[in-house]
Ligand binder design. Sequence first.
Ligand code: GRG
Length: 301
Amino acid sequence: MTEEVEILIEENRLWEYVDSAKPKIEAALRENLPLAPPHIETRFNEALEYALFPGGKLLRPVLTLLGAEIAGGKAESVINAAAAVEFIHTSSLIFDDLPAMDNAHLRRGKKSLHEEYGEGLAILVAVALLNSAYGLIFANPAVPAERQVFAHRELVDCIGASGLVGGQSVDLAISGQAASENLESIKNLKTSALMRLALRVGAILSGADYLQLAVLSRFAELLGDAYQASDDLIDLAEDAGIANDSGRGQTFANSFGSSEAAFRLSRLVSQAKELLIHEFPANNAAHLLCDMADYIAERKS
Ligand code: GRG
């Protein structure tokens, strides 16, 4: 079998898993929507619905389910934590699209939230989603309290100044500077931080030990770096002048050329897969996580 055919088969296995998890994740998102009570008549609830449905690929909540499974737990017991992760992701996209950040007009094929509902309501929806996420970590009473507290601390760290917020502040500060591999990994902090949380939170709630968690952290960081690297390659393929036009700054891909960047991407993905297979039994969850790494390397949009 050629490598290309093998990757296609593996990707199908991943998307079959995503398709089977999707209704459960969407049900958890709906059940936990931070809706305003009916006597408060605004467009808040409508805006909330608009932000979440139809959603994206749901890769991060799927990472949470796989984080639980690879640590020997059950996906069903972390479904609310998976919803929390998708709430944080959606919140970060809403903030990122605002005029003060990326000033994006489109998101998931439709108008960005602030373009459709105004900046004020968009900010409120983003804050409500974050607020809800903090509580959802404690939603399963069968999970021991110390694991819940540990998971909650991870969530706080992920959102804060050494995670999403810090990563975005670096992004704002360095736009326009030349790229180096070192700078790339700081730039990727905002992407890696959430991948790391997504995977670890499922594992923590399922009782993973510190060595397992350390491996999952490194795997997620490599996945985040690979995601950003593949984004840069896609942009480069679409428009050679992307860096200056988009305000995203110099990327590794446009500084060093696409073949160097493609080599770097495949190295990141191989490192991630080798690490995981070395430290965990080659079970279904481990295979699916490797498939996710392959998908990131191969994706075209
Ligand atoms: C306080 C939550 C919070 C955030 C403030 C704005 C900000 C700091 C961070 C921005 C983080 C960000 C938008 C990173 C980019 C992540 C990324 C790669 C998004 C695209 O992911 P996909 O393709 O999207 O998985 P879908 O639509 O499929 O979910």
